[in-house]
Design a protein around this ligand. Structure first.
Ligand code: GUN
Length: 289
């Protein structure tokens, strides 16, 4: 058996095209959706991500502003920048690129972002809304995974979903979204005993560990849907996922490639979140006036 490839690039293109249409509709009402991305320091991977986010915004007609700050900026200075963006009506979404330098408390910085502009969905208020079934912003990567599952017509109601990796950015919100869709969810972490026994039960397996090729074909149930969130650079410079693609695709029913799988979806959903923040702010200003 050879698994069906789930093409994140093609799906992200169609999501971005739909965003561009809705942006045009907002522009006709005089509103240009705006995203501010704050990058502290010069981490090479973060620089690439930020450049890609800004380019995707421009292409879909959103306004993007990248604020680059030196690695040795103080936490109060960064908080000040966030407050200014909170009060800027041209900015509908604010994203502070992680990781932050070690002398900063990332939680404190995230909590300083206005929840209504938190397009990453990382603010505790947005995490709480997601957990209680009233999401405002869904974190972009898990949101993109849900879009992929939906586009493939994967039935989640009653399905066994196993998520490997319990980060605040991917694993935990992923588990919440799958749960809300009716799946029975197992959330595994680095201490999970006999990981294979868990992953082999999965109808839908989502892997987000940051450990190259840690899941192989022997750990996958035949016919399962395998979503690989990992993007790791191998010694040869090539990108590899957290799943060993060769052995996995021989067992799985459907699988996301790396690159060209989840990665492009994350950016597409950031555009969706920013657009929706702008649409909500337009709707609330209509009611206020
Ligand atoms: N660093 C890695 N992924 C992300 C993300 O989705 N958002 C932010 N802000 N930083 C990240």
């Amino acid at each position: 058996m050879s698994a069906k490839l789930i093409d994140g690039k093609a799906l992200s293109d169609s999501v971005k095209a739909e965003v561009a249409e809705r942006v045009l509709a907002l522009k006709k009402r005089g509103i240009v959706p705006g995203l501010a991305v704050v990058l502290v320091g010069s981490d090479p991977a973060s620089q690439v991500y930020v450049r890609n986010k800004a380019a995707a915004c421009e292409k879909a007609g959103l306004h993007s502003r990248v604020i680059r700050l030196a690695a040795d900026i103080t936490e109060p200075e960064l908080l000040n920048t966030v407050h200014e963006l909170n009060n800027d009506d041209a900015v509908h979404g604010i994203l502070v690129q992680l990781p932050l330098p070690a002398h900063m408390n990332a939680n404190k910085v995230i909590e300083a972002i206005a929840a209504s502009k938190d397009v990453d969905g990382f603010h505790i208020s947005n995490a709480g809304l997601l957990m209680t079934g009233q999401p405002l912003f869904r974190p972009c990567t898990p949101y993109g995974v849900m879009k992929m599952l939906e586009s493939e017509n994967i039935v989640l109601r009653g399905a066994e979903a196993v998520v490997v990796g319990a980060s605040n950015i991917v694993g935990k919100p992923m588990a919440m979204l799958l749960l809300a869709a009716g799946a029975t969810v197992t959330l595994c972490n680095s201490k999970t005993r006999d990981l294979g026994a868990q992953t082999r039960r999965a109808d839908v397996l989502v892997v987000a560990t940051g450990k190259p090729k840690m899941i192989d074909g022997d750990m996958i149930k035949p016919g399962a849907v395998v979503i690989d969130v990992g993007i790791n650079r191998g010694a040869d410079g090539k990108l590899v996922g957290d799943v060993d693609f060769q052995s996995a695709q021989a067992v799985a029913g459907a699988i996301t490639p790396v690159p060209g799988g989840v990665g492009p979806m994350t950016i597409a959903m950031l555009l969706v979140n920013t657009l929706e923040a702008a649409e909500r702010s337009a709707a609330s200003s209509v009611t206020e006036h």
